[in-house]
Design a binder for this molecule. Structure first.
Ligand code: NAP
Length: 496
């Protein structure tokens, strides 16, 4: 088990801008309570202490927010790309100016180490900067006409009011990855953040207000009962698009609900990432890559390595080096700079992970490291390594979303590609080899939206992020990220 670092959250640094800590929803430029004044608790996962109570809105307030966003769309969609770009650049600058404050709020409500929170705030800001630039490049086409008296052109227009629903594991970046392209395209947007992490979303709303965006263009609805908000988002015909990041189960529900009003949907859902180490790989690099892609955010990322496949010839060496490196990881409060692994999001997550470890051992896996809950640290689970895992085990089929690294032995390339693809998910995948021909063959053979070759870190603003199969549809970030928020209209001009 890793070394444990404890820290009193009261010793955290002072905020540079106290106006970032909000406890009300943000609708049409106003900070609003629920009609019935109800609130819900936001809990610090490090020690289960109460951070604050936040307004808990319902369907009625959501309807009003949609009406306001619809009204705001009439003028926002008519602004020039330059105006939208300039406001987004201001927002980017504000997010960078208050990086430390935002990182601290994020760590308090989510638990991840401050270093990772700062990384997320920079990553989140990079989407705002990128789409501020892309706003000015939403070009249409001229198309060679089918008739001598006709000309054909395409224009791109914003889809309309967007509703976004986001998860707790990246409380800032999963929002900016949606709002930046939406606002750049000329859409207005309403965000419903996860109930565990509403404070980062509200802090972002405070920055939007400070940047001077018009009222109703960006709205945040906080709620204890997500279903009520989701029902209104999906059934209201004024909402033209739903952008969701979260579990495949909820994503499927929302897709079904969107059918009645035939909305555009973007779905960033769960994963079950394979991490393959071939016999010719640089083992030390593979160990570092596996640690980075497995244990970031305590294993709670959608692109986290979920199954480590290691070639028979290097299996013992890899397991030995990996175990030595994982043993050194430091657990503790995210506010302590030395911490590398924070808590899981709550007690239920710990119980799920513990159950998965016990089930795997009962199915024949060998426990190499960890595997025991930690006394007096309720929401923590130590980095855990299981070897001799096989494709019949439950852990092979499940998205783990926690700090367990299951290792599977393989013998040949075709076999490992088949096993890697043996899942309904298709988000991220990774492999290590020094054979360039194998790089092409395996990259093409993996049924995944993203492939990391000789690296465990693939997320960047400039590349298209997204999955295939039951990991979702649509792409976020990159030059493709605007497409999800734009409609292509074709004009046929006759009588020439
Ligand atoms: P989740 O349970 O699906 O929740 C995600 C969001 O959906 C939260 O805001 C949640 O609200 C809301 N929600 C839940 N039920 C709803 C309903 N019936 N109608 C409308 N909204 C509803 O997922 P999570 O546990 O927060 O996040 C973990 C999952 O997200 C993992 O599967 C992970 O792989 C995936 N993820 C994917 C990506 C990607 O880019 N592909 C990125 C990050 C995470 P409440 O919090 O209020 O319940």
């Amino acid at each position: 088990m890793g070394e444990i670092v404890k820290m009193d959250i009261q010793n955290s640094n002072e905020m540079k801008f106290n106006g970032l800590l909000k406890d009300k929803s943000f609708i049409n430029g106003d900070w609003v309570s629920a009609d019935d004044k109800s609130t819900f608790e936001v809990i610090n996962p490090f020690d289960n202490s109460l951070i604050t109570n936040v307004a808990s809105l319902g369907g009625q307030e959501t309807r009003r927010a949609i009406d306001c966003a619809t009204e705001a769309f009439k003028t926002w969609s008519k602004t020039t790309a330059e105006e939208r770009s300039n406001l987004l650049k201001k927002l980017y600058q504000l997010q960078m100016d208050y990086l430390d404050d935002l990182a601290q709020i994020l760590t308090l409500e989510q638990g991840k180490p401050l270093k990772e929170s700062r990384g997320e705030i920079k990553y989140g800001a990079s989407f705002i900067e990128w789409f501020a630039e892309e706003a000015r490049r939403t070009y249409g086409d001229t198309i060679p006409s089918h008739g001598v008296d006709k000309r054909i052109i395409t224009i791109k227009q914003p889809v309309g009011v967007v509703a976004a629903i986001t998860p707790w594991n990246f409380p800032n970046a999963m929002i900016t990855r949606k709002i930046a392209p939406a606002l750049a395209a000329g859409c207005t947007i309403i965000v419903k953040p996860a109930k565990q992490t509403p404070l980062s979303a509200l802090a972002l709303a405070a920055l939007v207000e400070k940047a001077g965006f018009p009222k109703g263009v960006f709205n945040v609805i906080t709620a204890n009962t997500a279903r009520e908000i989701g029902d209104e988002f999906t059934s209201n015909s004024l909402v033209r698009k739903i952008s969701f990041t979260g579990s495949t189960k909820v994503g499927k529900t929302l897709m079904r609900q969107c059918a009645d009003t035939v909305k555009k949907v973007s779905m960033e859902l769960g994963g079950n990432a394979p991490f393959i180490v071939f016999e010719d790989a640089n083992i030390d690099n593979a160990v570092s890559g596996a640690i980075a892609s497995k244990f970031r955010n305590a294993g709670q990322t959608c692109v986290c390595t979920n199954r480590i496949f290691v070639h028979d010839k290097i299996y013992e060496t890899f397991v030995d080096k990996f175990t030595k490196a994982v043993r050194k990881l430091k657990l503790g409060s995210g506010l302590d700079e030395k911490t590398e692994i924070g808590p899981l999001i709550n007690k239920d997550a710990v119980e799920f992970i513990d159950g998965l470890v016990k089930k795997s051992v009962s199915e024949g896996a060998e426990l190499i490291l960890g595997g025991q809950q930690i006394d007096n640290m309720e929401n923590f689970y130590p980095p855990t390594i299981l070897s001799n895992v096989n494709s019949d085990m439950e852990i092979f089929k499940n998205e783990i979303f926690g700090s367990i690294a299951p290792i599977i032995k393989f013998n040949d390339e075709a076999e490992v590609i088949r096993m890697a693809n043996d899942t309904p998910f298709g988000l991220a995948s990774y492999f290590y080899t020094n054979d360039y021909a194998k790089i092409w063959r395996v990259s093409e053979g993996l049924e995944y939206g993203m492939v990391g070759v000789n690296t465990g870190m693939i997320s960047t603003t400039v590349a298209p992020f997204g999955g295939v199969k039951e990991s979702g549809n649509g792409r976020e970030g990159s030059k493709y990220g605007m497409d999800d928020y734009l409609e292509i209209k074709y004009l046929c001009i006759g009588g020439i």
